[in-house]
Design a protein around this ligand. Structure first.
Ligand code: ADP
Ligand code: MG
Length: 706
């Protein structure tokens, strides 16, 4: 009889003994559907249960297997009633402590009997103690001690470590049972040609997996804990490659559709430049040229524009818009907040209306006839540049030849949103189907390694130069006990003809609470600074109210603007040269840098006062120090990556995009150039590419509709 081998990728998890529909459903929650998926479910950490530790050698904070003779078992009435079992070996004694126990459990601890247990040694009331250790008597099967390091897997409700370990043993046995020569068909496909792997990582996949599920006693626990073992690195490399390949696929498919060919119109460009009070920086010119070259192509531009806060991205956006409008199309500019949308509307009106270009604005707050009027102007093609918030793509806005979508100040903008936008912007009412070009401008620079891996589907331009004459911002960190001094400083700055921001931060998600806090502060500051014109802006105000206040501030009719972090992005008032941020320790580094970027836009020396409340946490202190030391957004981005990790920075947590299983973008950054090389190699076949993406990302809906 011949048996045909089923590849582990195609073998459903229910093929394992003991896996019924219920367990299969539980495993599905861990993205495990096939035996291959199970094998790629890697331990989060390991325990060393291979040696029994002498009691005397125990150190608090470490996990250990211990063995000894029970001397006593007593119920102790302290702040909390507990059962304390004294255990002795020939080196010393320790206590086991149980807060929850039954009479039967207590009766198990017979003085004079031996037992073995596993747990974490802690410093307790009686010296070294173990709270609720795992227990086994020597005559039971040796579940506490083991011959290999014990893997601890990520679990889900309804699944125990032991159950999962049992399944893994079955899967590993299947892997063992696969004949060598069948390695690239049944079993686990080895899709990466060995010659493409860096020397140290040339080990078969099956071997790497076996090692990670059952590391030998001799394994370097520290190295494993850090994820730096070659077996881990081998898998991390493949995982990074899978992500990279999937983005390349996306890149390929996005560019496989048609987009309108847009040509610059010199007369329009000249008219625009003639009205501008300054000339473009060299970086702006370079980036504008990169964009113009993309727009001339019959396929959609997908470009990411990075530039530090204040680098002048809006102007680059305007130039790109001119190319599309000059070619007879519409442009949409999407901003993350209403304040920013309003500010863009004002800027674009200033720049474009004199050139007889119509500007419209659509936000969620726009209602009734005003809204109808805007929508009509868009549908009739009377407005060629349309500014808005998310509402732009949500509520029945009909475009008339949309050729370019510009997304401003969004770094929390995942692949999924990029795709959605692409589809929303698709133009079906002209006879040929096309998609608009996309320009994405980031709020904060993104560390190079992150950009390389998270935005591989995009082309990238960098504005690495600030407009001339900018003064660096001096940042000081001051304890809120010295608040009175800071208020005096505001008084002085205004006396010198400057304007200031006072930013109130609050951890509460509630806009109402934030608004209340800002109101209280505004009242207090108005009382303390009687000669000053103080105004307030917060998220609960109506859009028109906000716009009026911002406009008055811009015109210099307000000296001190008290605000919640609604002003975080994009607000541009060059005469404002002092900013006080209250409780800055509550905010992330990138957010603080964004806020601070609201000053330092003019030619006057600017100051940012970080008014913190003590005591500061270690990470709070680190963030404020980083801000004090660096003015450059790229340096701050690197620091932020170090302090918070990639998930927070890319906002993948918010956008719900996948996290890596084994790779860590920061730790494994050195692998990224190799990943790019492998992806570019002709030795990697199309089938192998697909298989790798499927193995690592198949359960993820990430690119389902790409
Ligand atoms: P960001 O990149 O943060 O969006 P903005 O586009 O808001 O920056 O520009 C910041 C300020 O710099 C604005 O006041 C803008 O008018 C000004 N600006 C932009 N480009 C130049 C330039 N080439 N020379 C002088 N000022 C400029
Ligand atoms: Mg901006």
């Amino acid at each position: 009889m011949t048996t045909t081998l089923i590849p582990l990728e195609a073998m459903p998890i229910s093929a394992l003994k003991g896996v019924g529909a219920k367990l299969a459903a539980t495993l599905a929650r861990l993205q495990i559907a096939s035996v291959q998926d199970l094998l790629f479910h890697l331990p989060a950490r390991y325990q060393d249960r291979t040696r029994v530790m002498p009691l005397k050698a125990l150190r608090p904070g470490t996990d250990a297997v211990i063995e000894g003779e029970v001397c006593a078992a007593d119920v102790v009435l302290g702040r909390r009633r507990s059962l304390v079992v004294r255990l002795r070996d020939n080196s010393g004694t320790v206590s086991l402590r149980f807060f929850h126990f039954t009479a039967a459990q207590k009766a198990r601890f017979i003085p004079g009997s031996s037992l073995r247990c596993y747990g974490e040694a802690r410093r307790g009331a009686t010296g070294i103690e173990f709270f609720h250790p795992e227990i086994e008597t020597p005559d039971e099967t040796a579940s506490v001690t083991a011959k290999v390091l014990t893997p601890i897997y990520p679990l889900t409700e309804g699944l125990s470590q032991n159950r999962l370990r049992g399944l893994m043993l079955q899967a590993l046995a299947l892997l063992d049972g696969m004949p060598e020569e069948a390695a690239d068909e049944p079993g686990l496909g080895e899709y990466l040609p060995e010659s493409l792997l860096p020397g140290a990582l040339r080990l078969p996949l099956a071997q790497a997996l076996k090692y990670l599920h059952q590391p030998p006693v001799s394994a370097d626990m520290e190295q494993l804990a850090q994820g730096r073992h070659p077996a881990q690195q081998r898998l991390a490399l493949e995982e990074l490659l899978a992500h990279h390949l999937s983005l390349l696929q996306l890149r390929h498919s996005s560019r496989a559709v048609a987009a309108p060919v847009l040509q610059e119109k010199p007369s329009l460009e000249q008219a625009f430049a003639a009205r501008l009070a300054f000339s473009l920086t060299a970086a702006q010119q370079r980036v504008c040229a990169e964009i113009a070259a993309d727009l001339r192509q019959p396929r959609p531009m997908m470009r990411l524009l990075q530039g530090d806060v204040g680098a002048g991205k809006t102007l680059v956006a305007a130039r790109a818009a001119l190319v599309a409008i000059g070619s007879g199309y519409q442009v949409a500019v999407m901003a993350p907040t209403e304040i920013l949308a309003e500010q863009h509307r004002i800027n674009f009106c200033d720049w474009l209306q004199p050139l007889e270009i119509g500007v419209a604005c659509v936000t969620g707050n726009l209602k009734g006839s005003a809204r109808r009027e805007q929508l009509e102007r868009i549908a009739a093609g009377q407005a060629q540049l349309i500014v808005g918030t998310h509402a732009l793509f949500q509520e029945g806005v009909v475009f008339q030849g949309l050729a370019l979508v510009i997304i401003d100040e969004q770094h929390r903008f995942g692949v999924r949103q990029r795709l959605q936008l692409r589809d929303k912007g698709a133009d079906e009412d002209r006879h040929c189907y096309h998609q608009p070009h996309q320009l994405i401008m980031t709020a904060t620079p993104i560390p190079r390694t992150l950009a390389m891996s998270a935005f591989a589907d995009l082309d990238c331009s960098v504005l690495d130069e600030l407009p001339p004459g900018r003064q660096p911002i001096s940042t000081v960190v001051i304890d809120s006990e010295r608040r009175a001094e800071v208020i005096e400083r505001v008084q002085k700055a205004v006396a010198e003809g400057r304007q200031a921001y006072w930013v109130c931060t609050l951890i509460e998600e509630s806009e109402t609470l934030q608004a209340q806090a800002a109101e209280t502060t505004a009242t207090e500051l108005t009382a303390a600074l009687v000669d000053l014109r103080v105004a307030l802006v917060h998220g609960r105000m109506k859009a028109e109210e906000k716009a009026l206040v911002m406009q008055a501030f811009k015109l210099g009719e307000i000296d001190l603007l008290v605000a919640t972090i609604v002003i975080e992005v994009g607000v541009d008032v060059p005469n404002a040269s002092l900013m006080i941020i209250e409780n800055p320790e509550r905010l992330g580094l990138a957010q603080l840098h964004q806020l601070r970027g609201r000053v330092g836009r003019g030619t006057k020396a600017s100051y940012c006062v970080l008014l913190y409340s003590s005591p500061l946490s270690a990470s709070g202190r680190a963030r404020l120090q980083a801000l004090r030391h660096h003015n450059d957004g790229f340096a701050i981005a690197e620091e932020d990556l170090r302090l918070r990790g990639p998930g927070e920075i890319l906002g993948t947590r918010q956008t719900g995009e996948i996290q890596h299983r084994i790779a860590d973008l920061q730790r494994d950054a050195p692998l990224l150039p190799k990943v790019q090389k492998i992806a570019a190699s002709a030795q990697l076949t199309a089938a192998a590419r697909e298989a790798i993406v499927r193995r690592w990302l198949q359960n993820n809906a990430r690119f389902a509709n790409a």
